[in-house]
Design a protein around this ligand. Structure first.
Ligand code: 4AD
Ligand code: MG
Length: 501
């Protein structure tokens, strides 16, 4: 009699016979022995099937299993340090539940456009499996931080009558004949709630009609937004600092192996400690204009060009190998390596082509404009910890940010830039608590007053200094996993031109 179990619990069953329910990940067989690597949603396990009288009834089937065939497989658990997951199964029974035919995602490399169209199947690939598990932990860590520190969860609406973050990225929907918008933020609503519960947060999907395709922008993303009554800018920055340390620690402690498998260097994450760096916007501009920014990008140029030359030589050599290799597998291996080298080369060439432009953008940065993606990258790469950039010019920031009383051209805000060039993952501020100033900002931004009357009420009845921030889950995950592009960080990415599956 064999017990049903899952791969993550095989350690409890060493020496016993168990049944696994899973899918065929990979197979390999010679005349006398077959190896089936099974995945069951909790891990991978190699099942060994030797040809003998016990395995006779299913040996033939085992040698012809196609990728992603669903099966039940029974066997005796053996601990083996060298095996994936640390255990192997000496197989004594096998039943096919569903034979998969021509699974489209094979072990050979596929282009990203193809994989995105196969997102519903791509989930099963090892890399995607790991990324979404880390996302799960990140989301849990976010919730725990706020729940454990006295914040009350306030769910905010997705249908909104007004803009929260500028009118250029609104998605309009028809609400019984009236135009309303998908929420860009829950902030205005948690501001009201913090005056009732003191410390609150919302956590949900937010929508922005981002009309450009970048590696940092989705049209639908998840954001957590804490809001605190009786808090000043420094208090809010302090919370952001503790919060980031807490979630980084949690992800590191639960996913070391996953991160390493994703190719993530752990050292920069291990270095995340308080205090983070702080710069004012003015200081950031000075850095962009200074020699360090230029030197950094010029060094990139040299280094990337050298790598391109290396790749060109490699491709030539591999092409020769492919031509002369005797064995078919050697030719196939060479073809795969050529493809990988070509992809890396194309990517580097694109980056190299952009560097002179980025040097120029930084050198000619005008006081009063918003930091661009490449500017943020420079500033974050010049620091080995997250950087808070504070006190932006009010023109480039949202109407609700508190005017700096010592310099009314600026607002009391901060963006937190993640290290290693990942750029902004948090945006936050103190909120304007003064009725007259807030109304003036609403008017300056050309917003209609009427939909904000309820928001103005918060400044009519018991207004206090308060503030908060928003952290984007996907950008944070891209940073933690060191992913170049945000599209792999969410189960079903939504970007301009991308809505399927
Ligand atoms: O800086 P943002 O626009 O700030 C707000 O929405 C404020 N209401 C937050 C607050 O103070 N309560 O966005 C906050 C974060 C960004 O730092 C980024 O991580 C993420 O949300 N974000 C995006 N992530 C993916 N795709 C996009 N298009 C994003 N826009 C913002
Ligand atoms: Mg922002």
């Amino acid at each position: 009699m064999s017990t049903k179990t899952t791969i993550d619990r095989l350690c409890e069953h060493v020496g016993q016979s168990v049944t696994l329910q899973g899918w065929v990940h990979k197979t390999r067989s010679s005349g006398k022995i077959a190896f089936v690597i099974v995945r069951d949603g909790t891990g991978l396990c190699q099942c060994v099937i030797e040809k003998n009288e016990h395995t006779e009834p299913f040996f033939e089937t085992a040698t012809h299993l196609s990728q992603e065939t669903a099966l039940e497989i029974a066997g005796t658990v053996r601990a083996d340090e060298r095996a994936v997951g640390g255990h192997e199964l000496d197989t004594i029974g096998l039943a096919v539940i569903h034979a998969a035919q021509d699974y489209p995602i094979t072990p050979k490399p596929h282009g990203i456009d193809f994989l995105l169209k196969q997102r519903h199947l791509w989930f099963r690939s090892e890399r995607q499996y790991r990324i979404l598990r880390i996302r799960h932990t990140l989301v849990n860590a976010i919730r725990s931080f706020f729940n454990d520190n006295g914040y009350i969860l306030i769910d905010t609406p997705i249908f909104s009558p007004s803009a929260g973050e500028g009118t250029s990225t609104l998605f309009a929907v028809d609400y019984f004949g009236e135009p309303v918008y998908l929420a860009q933020t829950g902030q205005l609503y948690v501001e009201a709630a913090c005056l009732a519960h003191r410390k609150v947060y919302c956590f949900g999907p937010t929508f922005r009609a981002e009309k450009s395709k970048t590696r940092r922008h989705l049209t639908e993303f998840w954001m957590v937004e804490p809001e605190i009554a009786y808090a000043y800018l420094d208090d809010v920055i302090g919370v952001a600092e503790d919060f980031i340390c807490s979630v980084v620690q949690r992800v590191l402690s639960q996913h070391r192996a996953d991160l390493v498998e994703l190719g993530r260097d752990l050292a920069p994450l291990e270095a995340i400690r308080k205090p983070f760096c702080r710069l004012t916007y003015d200081e950031a501009v000075e850095i962009l204009h200074g020699p360090k920014a230029r030197e950094l990008l010029e060094a990139d140029l040299t280094q990337k060009n050298a790598r391109i030359a290396e790749l060109i030589a490699q491709i030539e050599q591999l092409t020769e190998t492919q031509r002369t290799a005797k064995k078919k597998w050697q030719q196939e291996k060479a073809a795969q390596d050529i493809q990988a080298a070509r992809e890396e080369r194309a990517e580097l060439e694109e980056q190299v082509a952009n560097i002179p432009h980025h040097i120029e953008l930084a050198a000619n940065f005008q006081w009063g404009s918003d930091l661009g993606g490449s500017d943020e990258t420079i500033i974050s790469r010049l620091h080995d910890r997250p950087v808070f950039v504070t006190h932006y010019p009010k023109e480039v920031k949202a109407f609700y940010m508190r005017i700096d009383r010592t310099n009314p051209k600026r607002v009391e805000n901060f963006d937190m830039l993640a290290p290693e060039g990942f750029g902004e993952v948090i945006g936050g501020s103190a909120r304007e608590e003064d009725y007259d100033r807030l109304l003036e900002r609403i008017r300056e931004d050309g917003l209609p007053q009427e939909p904000y009357e309820w928001y103005l009420d918060l400044r009519r009845y018991g207004s206090v200094p308060h503030g908060g921030f928003g952290l984007g889950v996907e950008r944070t995950l891209a940073w933690l996993c060191s992913l170049k592009h945000i599209r792999e960080t969410i189960p079903y990415p939504r970007m301009m031109g991308k809505i399927y599956p």
